[in-house]
Design a protein around this ligand. Sequence first.
Ligand code: HQG
Length: 180
Amino acid sequence: MINYEELSKEVSYALRHAPWEYELEMDEEGWVSVEQLVDALNKDMKWIGTSEDDLLVMIDKSEKKRHEISGGKIRAFYGHSIPMHIKKEKMIPPDILYHGTARRFLSSIKINGLLPQGRQYVHLSQDISTAQSVGLRRDNKPCVLQIDAKRAWEDGILFYFGNEKVWLADVIPSKYITEI
Ligand code: HQG
């Protein structure tokens, strides 16, 4: 019986952080061939027999929309840290976005704004409850920051679409951020 949550973690690792470990050729939008990924997974005892159908089930079962399969290719919607820059689609953001984070990062965020840190983009949430769960990964009493995305966009800050709940940006200067 496949552990789809664990499979999703491994696929995220391959597509976000280390495609070379799986000999995947990735294009500038982060797509790789499903066949290449399935072949690489099948080389690992743990994932022998894993098929494209399993990847579809994995995506379907996941609470978060992390991956997408289309035309024999698969990609991660967000989260990349690889050196090659992944191009995301620029899009007008909702007026307000949120970011859940740990209390210990607040003082630095107030000074430096939100920075992508280890990833290629800053990750923002469409709603408060999503931001809260993002923050809970790092702090049992996370804080939620409100981003004045409308004003930032009008001032020329670029936003990109991740999935329905995750928005991306390059940097969010602190003047657009308030703590809620
Ligand atoms: C913080 C998960 C100090 C930032 C989630 C965050 C998300 C600063 C951490 C997605 C800072 C980076 C991404 C500054 C930002 N000083 N700290 N100036 N600017 N930070 O994991 O947004 O389950 O790279 O607040 O749900 O937490 O993997 O980003 O705490 O959607 O699919 O630096 O990953 O999705 O942490 O999470 P991350 P994130 P998955």
